[in-house]
Design a protein around this ligand. Structure first.
Ligand code: GSH
Length: 215
């Protein structure tokens, strides 16, 4: 059986789990906290990051690489567009989420409001959160809003582009911050469409339970 090393609330682990669930693939989650890996983990994750995929003793790190592998081995239903330009566009939004969105939402919002208080007994510095919401995120959201326009999804049909962007927004939601639908209606609509998918809703409910237990 496929195994995923990581924990549910990581946006990168979530990306992979959403794809596994959308493709209806059975898998086992092997919990490991980010940054807490031992030597055995370092051997399968040279950068020390989660997630890592394991299949019959073979391992591969990195959410984007794992998802590309899952798409190649289990193409139906597809999470990548077929058209070459749409595919490039989908990969671009995956990259945009995995670099630009995470660099603000991860340290400035999710870590401040959720990880610090729940797991490290650290108080949240609300000024960091406010700067992220009021100054750092708006240009990033403006860009996605403009690219979405009147479309339901970022690159044709529902794809890895939408999974990647919304996975980051779910971390924001765990930190009690939602995309302002008055300012970014297309992005707020995308968020809603994706979190209502049964596979995604199931994972979010499971993650919430985890936080409740930690609180
Ligand atoms: N490019 C990687 C990024 C993964 C990543 O940054 N994971 C974080 C958790 S959300 C992590 O493991 N951080 C631990 C560390 O950097 O030491 C991917 O797509 O899988």
């Amino acid at each position: 059986m496929l195994k995923i090393h990581g924990i549910g609330p990581s946006p990168f682990v979530r990306k992979v789990r959403i794809v596994l669930e959308e493709k209806n693939l059975a898998y086992e989650l092997k919990p490991i906290m980010p940054g807490a890996g031992d030597e055995a983990f370092a051997a399968i994750s040279p950068l020390g990051k989660i997630p890592v995929l394991e299949e019959d003793g073979w391992t591969m790190p990195d959410s984007s690489v794992i998802i590309a592998y899952l798409e190649a081995t289990h193409p139906d239903p597809a999470v990548y567009p077929v058209d070459a330009r749409l595919l490039a566009r989908a990969r671009w939004f995956e990259e945009y989420a995995d670099t630009a969105l995470v660099s603000v939402i991860g340290p400035d919002i999710f870590r401040q409001r959720v990880v610090g208080p729940a797991f490290f007994g650290k108080d949240c510095d609300e000024s960091v959160v406010r700067t992220a919401i009021d100054e750092k995120l708006p240009p990033l959201f403006d860009y996605i809003e403009g690219e979405l326009g009147s479309n339901d999804y970022l690159a044709g049909d529902f794809s890895i582009a939408d999974i990647s962007v919304v996975s980051m927004l779910i971390n924001m939601a765990h930190a009690s911050e939602l995309v302002d639908g008055a300012r970014w209606p297309a992005l707020a609509g995308l968020y809603q469409r994706v979190v209502e998918r049964p596979a995604v809703a199931r994972l979010i409910a499971e993650e919430r339970e985890l936080f409740q237990r930690a609180a």
